[in-house]
Ligand binder design. Sequence first.
Ligand SMILES: [Zn+2]
Length: 741
Amino acid sequence: MPVSKKKTAKNNSILAKELYNYFGFDTFKGDQEAIIESILNKKDTFVIMPTGGGKSLCYQLPALMSEGVAIIVSPLIALMKNQVDLIRSYNNVDQVAHFLNSSLTRAQQKQVKADLVSGITKMLYVAPETLTKKDNIDFFKDIQISFFAVDEAHCISEWGHDFRPEYRKLRGIIDEINPNIPIIALTATATPKVQDDIVKNLTLNNPNIFISSFNRTNLYYEIQPKGKKEQTLRNLVKFINTMKNKSGIIYTLNRKTTEELADTLKANGIKAVAYHAGFESADRAKRQDMFLMEEVDVIVATIAFGMGIDKPDVRFVIHYNIPKSIENYYQETGRAGRDGLEGKCILYYAHTDVQKMEHLMRDKPLSEREMGAQLITETVSYVESGVCRRKLLLHYFGEEYTQENCGQCDNCLHPKEKIEVKDSVKIVLDTIQQLDERFSINYIVDVILGKKNPQIATFRHNKLACYGSGLIMEMDDNFWQSLIRQMMLEGMIRKDIEEYGIIKINPKGEKFLKKPYSIKVVLNHVFNEDGNEEEIETGNANGVFDEQLFAMLKETRKEVAKEKNLPPFVVFLENSLEDMALNYPTTMEELERIQGVSKAKALKFGRKFITLIAQYVADHQIEKPDDFIMKSVVNKSGMKVFIIQNIDKKIPLDTIAKNKGLSINEILNEIETIVASGTKLNLDYIIDQEIDENDQDDIYDYFSNFKDDNLDAVFEEFKDSGMSEEHIQLMRIKFLSEHGN
Ligand SMILES: [Zn+2]
């Protein structure tokens, strides 16, 4: 007999049946069932669950099952509507869920309140601002409320990644409405410090606390040094090309960079769009939709993007700048691989970005600046650490990760050598002890290294035995900082939660002090000022052109120039040759993408060059950079149009340079590249003012017979007539404009 295909709940508990009735799911995920029971038992409940864990269901189901309405506090008006729509889609009565906020008309608000009084509504989403209004408080006093749910509860803490002061008022308001109603607080991310803030601020009464693991096993974490801009862009484009047709998010620090980056990607054939808070809201929605509907693959955004974006198949998240805290980093990278499949998280790091970030905070109040600085310091230590990224992240959220090698981060895939630090650990613990466990990392390191600072003098800590005790190890600040952080990871010491930043010794540390044992740690990565990691592989990947090929290209240029009876620079500029020796163009199409080379010019002079390069590539078995040539980039076209328009308007050269923030030298090089790629520009208005007419003729004649490619020789020749290098270059551009195209 065929059995009925009708689906039934597999789990027979009452709750599971309700789950099936209301939402059609068979089973609960993780702690959901226990959490729901806790709420139904009228207990204060605290839920810490990463995004994607099924957080909202934890209050939605008990709300549907309870008498009265559940009040759900949520920070974002835009998200409320989505949530309400979602619940309505599961239910045949639309009034089952409502939201109340400033976006509703007076009539709509009246209707919502009528539904609340009638008892038909089970869930009401409100913004904290709505809840603070006097008449609303009075209204809520008179209706039956099942419980309060405080969603995104980390907004309560200044240490969270999204502090909202109104959240601090919630406890007072709830007390005013009815102090006996249970509260459920929920957050997708919280450090022990933030957790502590939430419990205290909401004065949760002996709450049941549920913490899910924050380990996102499918995410891969990697830090890349960020060197010269051009090189970073090249790496970025190369990486995205390996992720063809997959969705990705790139986060940057400011609006301008989002647009520049998106333009660069587009110029290189990647479907990308910029997103930031400066666009009109309709435009923002359009851009967001383009990403969701996969009309574009990559969205380049400031952190304004992503709250409430639930695209399950984002395959990579790139941080073009260092995020302002580890929580931000975790949240933002957390948008990758929500479906549990591949998710690559790459962060480009340069120390200069940290300074930029500090600069951005300069107008903030002191306390906020100090807090911001501390959060950034923690992010930097994460970036520079040689320890498993997963272990570091989870430790930040108060979770211990014990696996030796996660196999899914750069540090585990390329482990650094470990060094023995038994004696150094002893020095650190002795120092913390002698300082009565009352100081932060920086201070401890200063004492260990015997530094002089006013605080140390005031406390007379320079008299302690530990003062300067670490000098014997001949290691720098960075080593000690890193060691102390790794001791925290090992659980020997901890940061105090009450007095944030103060280091205390744990039982494990006490035990070590009594009987020191062998312990090994990895050293930090060292990034130099440009952001490049010091021991970096050399070769073409670094944007260094091939000297040997360059020399050969120069020879070829001479030959071609001779054939055509033109000065060599008219054929191709020096920087075009450099670009060729970097990118190895072997077809006309590729040649056209070289700086300062137009289609016409490629056809006119290029044949010999690509033949030479093709031969060279074959002879030396050179792997061209993924057969791809970086279209040279950022706002070049904008710059070009600007320069052409200004020269047509006969604007003085120094004014043009100043308006673009360039030096005269740089602007001349830009102009030369434009002219070399085939645009005629008339610079006579500048030249006539700068250079005597007879001298002009002399130089022009000289160029006509110029067979060398050494410009210094020209300069030498005309030095005595008071000619500057700029003058020579101006004349060369004029010559190029008239003969080269
Ligand atoms: Zn790892």
